[in-house]
Design a protein around this ligand. Structure first.
Ligand code: ADP
Ligand code: ZN
Length: 526
């Protein structure tokens, strides 16, 4: 990098002011930057829009040599490179979309030490000839963006990322910084272990996006529900996510027919049309982009005012990421998620039919259940979402649908006690499926093998069906009465709160209007 003449300690701030034209640091940025400039490794967990890029871009300019930035998506790289070029930062990228001469130019600049930052795709970085080229260069630091891609637990697992752990041995003494907006404990541990960041300092920002309002409704008439959501938002930019290409096309056409400026975006469209629609969305005001999840990663449009999901996302992480594209400018933004039993059935069969190993399927099912738990919760959505990311919020948020219009609930204490006594009587060593079989008194092979039909809890839950018990367990998880031990095949364990409920010292209630309507019906019968 081009060292700016200044004392070492205020150099990051000077670069922030002079190169990036920004008045001050946000959140943990300064601390992270100082740590990396001093040569430390870091794992940075920050929500989307939190300002992760500066955390490696400023150290890249403070330290001598070139910073290598691994990034999984070409669109994302291009976006960053465009921004940096405008700021006169010496930056290049190496990925499969470049022409031969562009690639040659980038490599020459690297060889001659004329680069501050080089963005590379993970598969390219690990190629022997490229690594050899780097041996001849002075490397200022290694940044691994979207580091959750290293985790199978994450929603964008990329096998190429697994090799990045080798960088530790290849570049001893070069600071490494891994960044992601995915913060659950499992992903965090995978990043540390697989990228060999054993001694890296963890910087965990709050994942709360207080300006985003969460609303989740059972899906009854999706088209009409969407229209009434959009009615008050005319002239604002927003994203509507659908699961399939077909429903993207249909929804976009339906909106256009109602006089709303909407464009479709999915991987089945011609790439020229796709990028035309993306550009229109980025540049114009008041456009609704109807998209599959193919759209969005790395898109930096600050004034997206709403995000609607017409179908259930695959996980809470995905939901959080996708809703997180709203309100990056910090101004109020709204979200709407519609979910129905059909979505759930579809998502489950997508998992069942995938080619993933059995362990991955188990994890994916658990993640889907976690999202459903938030859909079904009778308490604050934000508290439930943040709890999933390991963050405790003392008070309900006041800016989600359940906070704004409290829902009807039923006293689930007895049901919870039955469920948790099944957990307790089997020594907290079994997963939800088997526990429900116990409650329903199912005569399975596993039941016979473990002699569980002799338990006093066997068959005590026949007043409900399987969907209701699944929902009860999800709510026990969301409300923190039990937890899943992912290292022991998804075994359910009681927490202190769970014990209190089991012993009649605390009560628990469940929401009445869940999509699994059978629960309501069953309770009403009593
Ligand atoms: P992330 O990668 O965490 O999603 P970015 O690094 O893309 O976020 O930053 C999101 C937006 O916030 C960008 O427009 C960026 O310019 C802006 N930003 C980042 N840090 C600051 C800061 N300290 N002051 C003002 N704006 C900032
Ligand atoms: Zn709330």
């Amino acid at each position: 990098a081009q060292p700016i003449q200044t004392t070492a300690s205020d150099q990051p701030r000077r670069i922030l002011n002079t190169v990036f034209g920004l008045p001050g640091f946000r959140g943990d940025q300064q601390e992270i930057i100082e740590h990396v400039v001093a040569g430390g490794d870091a794992i940075v967990l920050m929500p989307t829009g939190g300002g992760k890029s500066l955390c490696y871009q400023i150290p890249a300019l403070c330290r001598s040599g070139v910073a290598i930035v691994v990034s999984p998506l070409i669109a994302l790289m291009r976006n960053q490179v465009d921004i940096l070029r405008q700021l006169d930062v010496r930056v290049a990228t190496l990925n499969s979309s470049l022409s031969g001469s562009e690639r040659f130019k980038a490599k020459a600049a690297l060889r001659d030490g004329r680069l501050d930052l080089l963005y590379v795709a993970p598969e390219r970085l690990m190629m022997p000839d490229f690594l050899e080229m780097l041996d001849g260069a002075e490397v200022a630091l290694l940044a691994i963006d979207e580091a959750h891609c290293v985790s199978q637990w994450g929603h964008d697992f990329r096998p190429e990322y697994l090799q990045l752990g080798e960088l530790a041995a290849r570049f001893p003494g070069v600071p490494r910084i891994a960044l992601t907006a995915t913060a659950d404990r499992q992903t965090r541990e995978d990043i540390r272990r697989r990228l060999k960041l054993d001694t890296a300092r963890l910087f965990l920002s709050s994942f709360d996006r207080p300006n985003i309002r969460y609303a989740i409704l059972p899906k009854t008439e999706p088209r009409r529900q969407l229209m009434s959501f959009l009615k008050t938002r005319q002239g604002e930019s927003g994203i509507v996510y659908c699961l399939s290409r077909k429903s993207v096309d249909e929804t976009a056409a339906g909106l256009q027919a109602s006089g709303i400026r909407a464009l479709p975006y999915h991987a089945g469209l011609d790439s020229a049309i796709r990028s035309h629609h993306q550009d229109a969305f980025l540049k114009e005001d008041g456009l609704v982009l109807v998209a599959t999840i193919a759209f969005g990663m790395g898109i930096d449009k600050p004034d997206v005012r709403f995000v609607a999901h017409l179908d259930l996302p695959g996980s809470l992480e995905a939901y959080y990421q996708e809703t997180g594209r709203a309100g990056r400018d910090g101004l109020p933004a709204e979200t709407l998620l519609l979910y129905g039993m059909q979505d759930l059935v579809l998502r489950r069969s997508m998992i069942d039919q995938s080619q993933s190993p059995i362990e991955v399927k188990r994890i994916e099912r658990a993640k889907l259940e976690a999202l459903l738990g938030v859909c079904e919760t009778a308490s604050c959505r934000r508290q439930a979402i943040l709890a999933h990311f390991g963050e405790r919020m003392a008070e309900p948020c006041g800016n989600c649908d359940t906070c704004l219009a409290p829902v009807e609930t039923w006293d689930g204490t007895v049901a919870a006690q039955k469920a948790m006594s099944a957990v307790f009587r089997t020594n907290q060593r079994f997963g939800v499926g088997h526990l429900i079989d116990i409650l329903l008194g199912a005569n399975t092979e596993k039941m016979r093998r473990f002699g569980h039909s002799r338990l006093p809890t066997f068959g005590v839950g026949k007043e409900f069906g399987k969907p209701v018990w699944s929902s009860v367990f999800r709510q026990l998880i969301v409300q923190g009465a039990v937890e899943i031990d992912h290292d022991h095949f998804g075994a359910i364990k009681l927490t202190a709160l769970g014990r209190d409920i089991l012993h009649g010292k605390a009560a628990i209630s469940f929401r009445r209007d869940r999509a699994t309507r059978t629960a309501t019906a069953a309770v009403a019968k009593k």
